[in-house]
Design a binder for this molecule. Sequence first.
Ligand SMILES: Cc1cc2nc3c(=O)[nH]c(=O)nc-3n(C[C@H](O)[C@H](O)[C@H](O)COP(=O)(O)OP(=O)(O)OC[C@H]3O[C@@H](n4cnc5c(N)ncnc54)[C@H](O)[C@@H]3O)c2cc1C
Length: 381
Amino acid sequence: MAAFDAGVAVIGLGAWGSAALWSLARRGVRAVGIERFTPGHAFGSSHGGTRMFRTACLEHPDLVPLAQRSARLWRELEAETGRRLFEPTGGVLIGPRDGHIVSGTLAAAREHALPVEVWDAGRLRRELPQHGELPDHHCGVWEPAAGLLRPEAAIRAALDAAAGAGAQVYPDTRVTGIEPVDGGVVVHTPTRDLRVEQAVVTAGPWLPALVPGLPLEAVRMPVTWFRAGDSRAADFALARLPVFIRELDDGQCVWGHGAEDDGLVKVGLEDSGGRFEVIDPDACDRSVRPEDWTLLADRLTTALPGLGALPSKAAVCMFTRSPDKQFLVGRPRGDRRLVIAGGCSGHGFKHATGVGEIVADLVTGKPPSCPAAFMDPDRFL
Ligand SMILES: Cc1cc2nc3c(=O)[nH]c(=O)nc-3n(C[C@H](O)[C@H](O)[C@H](O)COP(=O)(O)OP(=O)(O)OC[C@H]3O[C@@H](n4cnc5c(N)ncnc54)[C@H](O)[C@@H]3O)c2cc1C
């Protein structure tokens, strides 16, 4: 049998793949990372300057330990690279008391005894006067551990740390196919084929193109930045407007955070009602259209009335949606040669370091550092 070129190939070096490569390399695994574009690019799921971090994850109770573990690993990555990747701002989840945002966040906090505070509408109006029209039946859950992560910088930091620990990184190299062979996998690229013992596929929206049969959809998601009027600019600075998700009475959820040095307040709408378009990731229209921001701008006139009527900046991103909106991390059909990590469903960045560690656990045959059964891809296969 031909010698292996490496122990593991990590295919796709976005948020999850870069973290997986770092985790593998620091354990001494002989790993290569292969990325189709230049890492930190704006063609996948991990661009736009910031991502929200929370530990009171309403999306699944087992995401709380994963977020806690990820927070520790983000700090380790910061320490190892000397780069600042996390901005602790605290965060608030606002909505009707019985709405899914507030009740889900409180349920997660209660189950894991997280130190959150519940603010009634009066306190919300005093603490966060930028938020307009807060009816009395709305409240907020304040989570001091919340904050912002820097996606592009985090990916570069993880890759530099991985390379420092011995990983090889191949940027601008597209994997054209992965071929399971006896005892390993052959990874095909336009310039060479690599023979490895295991392949880790972290290709985000392109994951089904490399591992067929996964029930994942690529979803096009716009992001927008608005400027506050001059008289309100200080109120809309990040220090005064920490990260938030706000459920409105019509069911729409606005998320965002205050402005940093550029004066731009980042805001967006969640994918309620399946409004975002399911696309072929290779044919994603990255030009911004009016329908990408008009519904949001309409809601902002009452929800954040100090902001301008038109966005100052907009971008298009993608995320990968699974049928139950939970991640897929594991070995499809139990294949010992393959690990996948994908299906981020729009809430996966904060968990990248924790997911990367679970990938390394799977590759090295260790029990996962956090509960991972709920992410098993075989629930769909
Ligand atoms: C607008 C928006 C806002 C979000 N906000 C938040 C938030 O506040 N908090 C949060 O936790 N999450 C958030 N998310 C979700 C989060 O960004 C994603 O969960 C995360 O970025 C997913 O990372 P990934 O590594 O799976 O995918 P990606 O970052 O897309 O990485 C996949 C990589 O694989 C590469 N690749 C694909 N095919 C190949 C191939 N054939 N060969 C080589 N390389 C290949 C791609 O080029 C890409 O770099 C948001 C998502 C969007 C779109």
